[in-house]
Design a protein around this ligand. Sequence first.
Ligand SMILES: *Cc1c(COP(=O)(O)O)cnc(C)c1O
Length: 412
Amino acid sequence: MSSLRDAAIARDVADPLARFRAAFSLPAGVIYLNGNSLGPPPGTALASLAAVATEEWGQGLIGSWNSAGWIEAPTRIGDKIARLIGAKAGEVVVADSTSVNLFKLAAGALSLRPGRRTILSEVGNFPTDLYVLQGLSALTPGQARLKAVAPEALIEAIDADVAVVVLTQVHYKSSRRWDMAAVTAAAHAKGALILWDLSHSTGAVAVDLGACRADLAIGCGYKYLNGGPGAPAYLFVAQRHQQAIRSPLTGWMGHAEPFAFDDDYRPAPDIRAQVTGTPPILGLAALEAGVDLQLEADPAQVEAKGAALAEAFRAAVSPRLEARGLDLASPAAAADRGLHLAFRHPAAYAIVRAMAARGVIGDFRAPDAARFGFSPLFLSYLDIHNAAEHFVEVVESGEFNRPEHQVRAAVT
Ligand SMILES: *Cc1c(COP(=O)(O)O)cnc(C)c1O
């Protein structure tokens, strides 16, 4: 037992990313395996929020739109995120939420493929992705319809009526990872576009949109980018589509000249056409700190460490708990998954609550998955060793059966 602990400590000593842990503000006594759902605050994010609020807002007032770089923040931070996902400067902008960006880009994809009516996705995709696509279909009766198929049937379902294939690269629950290059090529072979949701990819696994010739992408700011609760999201439109794509949300900040105050909408000639309204400056300040920190880390080291942490956890837990009804619900091979793991158990909710009571934070995804994320920047191998021991003790002792662990909270 202690030899495993010593091995974990030795891996921490050799960890090239170990220095990043000190950059985060985390409560003492907590092992946070939920950075895939809400990343913790970088210390620089907290400092930046305070400075932007008290100085730029409090002292600079409206002049800060010009003097503090507020108006350029969506494209400035977009250019930084571009470097994390293999995009070029000018191909990414920060705006709205992931849900809203999906609506804009899925509608935009239909505008790029007139005559094609199908939006293709997979059953079991993240709910907001399916709901937004259902809503878009309902708005355009006879013109667009969502077809959601099982993942095994997806490639075959790409036909000449498919305008766009919409997939989350790393599945929010199972962590199953699509081969981005292969699926993008399959869509293009049938004349369809691809729209990737990178919410569980960016800041976790290496992404190269340019090398894959991906068309469109969206993603979340508050998971592995550590941008804060409800952080603004980002979107990517490949340069070659920017002239032709049309946003359905033609707000003034997407106008070619917002401060001309024209009555008639004229889209900006570039990625700014995908911005809708006034950028949320406080949210952007926190997100930029998270993105800046991520840019300091080598993406290959990030993915390798996250995969190693996940594998260490799986190896410590799975063999000991299989007989107790716990199943790995994620792919067995690291190359086929992202940086979180899901385990199925009939009492998964209570197990997650019992672990949280011991300071090990994961989350629950209905109906029966306990989910744990392995953020490489702030977790250590010793954390993983300790978390796995807690998991095994909670399940083996039946501690999760206590009544207080059965009560469902609004957010699981
Ligand atoms: C987290 C997540 C979102 C979040 O969407 P919001 O608009 O921020 O609520 C969307 N899609 C996927 C796949 C996600 O994992």
